[in-house]
Unconditional design. Structure first.
Ligand code: PRP
Ligand code: ZN
Length: 299
């Protein structure tokens, strides 16, 4: 592929972030052609291709400028950043944008019979994790010395196998912990998806496309929680109705033909519009209420 004129974005091949990332790119207008199980997705209509990789590989791919952009969890980024610093390397990661998906947390979890009485209970314990650097920082910030057992996976069964007293692992729904009779006791890191970029300077062409893409991402994220609402109301009810519209800036007020005392109100609400809100609006005098999804938005 032409490295001069095409951007490369590294995304998670299969996991928590894959579907929402592909959906985001799709909403940004990208049409991707991708053969079954292929590592490479070709952008048909934008100068942008997608590399499907293990999420743990994304920090290095972007740091080494193999890909200009990467979408990954803050947890993976932070762990790699701390590892590089610990090994005496420079970690030049730049987060371009925080995204509204992939929420999860790195947490400490103990077996049911473990008596946990605050962080002091961790002193001298063996903690299994795939995030040794993030855990080490958290422990040292609390002046706790513990034995970090670094594993490459299946952390949740380590206590049962006698390899550790407790674990430090990613939790999103909590079902993995539940299935393994583990109880969450402390949060080590809150995480969500982010977009990172290469530390290497971009050509004007690529920089322009990165900027356009970020604008579109911003638009997509804004649209998610937004609704367009239309209603009719008596002029006298205007102040009350404006107060009830959730998160709207300046609504458009239109005269209604043949009815001097009534107007139509159109507004973008930056929050979801619930049934309760519609009911309150109706009580305040509104009628012909209509709530529409917002498809695109560009400030
Ligand atoms: C994490 C973690 C658990 C699971 C927790 O793995 O190791 O297995 O997710 O999720 P839950 O609370 O919804 O059950 P992840 O999918 O991130 O795999 P990876 O570390 O191999 O990328
Ligand atoms: Zn992973």
């Amino acid at each position: 592929m032409d490295r001069e004129t095409r951007l490369r974005v590294a995304i998670q091949k299969s996991g928590r972030l894959t579907d929402p990332t592909l959906e985001l790119l799709n909403l940004c207008g990208l049409k991707l052609s991708r053969g079954k199980d292929q590592l490479f997705g070709f952008g048909e209509n934008l100068p942008l291709d997608v590399l499907f990789v293990r999420d743990d590989d994304i920090p290095d791919l972007v740091h080494e400028d193999v890909c200009e952009l990467g979408v990954l969890g803050l947890n993976v980024l932070e762990e790699r950043r701390l590892e590089m610093i610990a090994r005496g390397h420079e970690a030049r990661f730049e987060v371009l944008r925080h995204l509204d998906f992939g929420r999860c947390r790195l947490a400490l979890a103990v077996p049911e019979d473990f008596e946990f009485r605050g962080v002091e209970s961790l002193r001298g314990r063996r903690i299994a994790t795939t995030y040794p650097f993030t855990l080490a920082r958290w422990l040292s910030e609390r002046n706790i010395t513990a034995d970090i057992v670094t594993l490459s996976g299946a952390v949740e069964i380590a206590p049962r196998l006698g390899r550790a007293d407790l674990i430090c692992d990613l939790v999103s729904t909590g079902s993995t912990l539940q299935a393994n009779h583990l109880r969450e006791v402390e949060t080590v890191l809150e995480s969500h998806a982010v977009i990172i970029r290469t530390p290497v300077a971009l050509s004007a062409f690529k920089a322009d496309w990165v900027e356009r893409l970020m604008m579109r991402v911003g638009g997509v994220e804004q649209v998610k929680g937004s609704k367009y609402i239309m209603l009719h109301a008596p002029r006298s009810a205007l102040p009350a109705i404006r107060r009830l519209l959730p998160g709207s800036e300046s609504p458009t007020i239109l005269p209604l033909d043949g009815a001097d005392d009534r107007v139509a109100i159109h507004a973008v609400c930056r929050e979801n519009v619930f049934w309760e809100t519609l009911e309150s609006l109706k009580k305040a005098g509104a009628s012909s209420l209509l709530v529409l999804p917002v498809e695109k938005m560009l400030a």
